[in-house]
Design a protein. Structure first.
Length: 173
């Protein structure tokens, strides 16, 4: 069984995923990192090929990773908007929605120019608010567990997720 992390950009999916992998002995994959390693910068993919092409690359990565076992998978913020991705991830995984307040997310993403959906909009707060209101119901729907992250350290969030998974979280060497 895989541990899958979903949620908005800036919520900490990558940091928490790395920590869960350390605690459990599982391999960690970030879908955005896999895409970047194979195809180049995500902002370039968006600019030259469009968001639809990027979403198809995400689905390819999900197909590959969900076929494996005992992974920690940090997903891109929009990955779970495609039902096909959720079906594949749920077949062999538990999905954890990492939830943070708008204020927390804005503080974390405001200075990050690498995020293609916020890049050069001049309306970071407005765009983030729109994405949050559109995506939160989807995250809540697909999640097996909802983990509140406001005011918690990466360690605390990772520990909470590992305790939800139970004794099967740790992979024996």
């Amino acid at each position: 069984m895989n541990i899958v992390l979903c949620g908005m950009m800036g919520v900490g999916k990558s940091s928490v995923g790395v920590r869960i992998a350390e605690l459990t002995g599982r391999m960690w994959y970030d879908t955005d990192v896999v895409i970047t390693d194979r195809h180049g910068r995500i902002s370039d993919i968006f600019e030259f090929y469009g968001e639809a092409h990027f979403r198809s690359l995400e689905t390819e990565v999900v197909r590959e990773l969900s076929a494996r076992d005992n992974l920690v998978i940090s997903t891109g913020g929009g990955l779970v908007l495609k039902p096909e991705n959720n079906e594949m991830l749920k077949k062999n995984g538990k999905i954890f929605f990492l939830r943070a307040s708008f204020e927390t997310l804005l503080k974390r993403v405001r200075a990050d120019e690498t995020r293609p959906l916020l890049k050069n909009t001049g309306k970071t707060a407005e765009t983030l608010g729109t994405l949050l209101s559109e995506r939160t119901p989807v995250y809540e729907h697909v999640a097996d567990y909802i983990i509140e992250t406001d005011g918690k350290s990466v360690e605390e969030v990772a520990d909470e997720i590992v305790s939800c998974v139970g004794p099967g979280a740790v992979v024996k060497a």
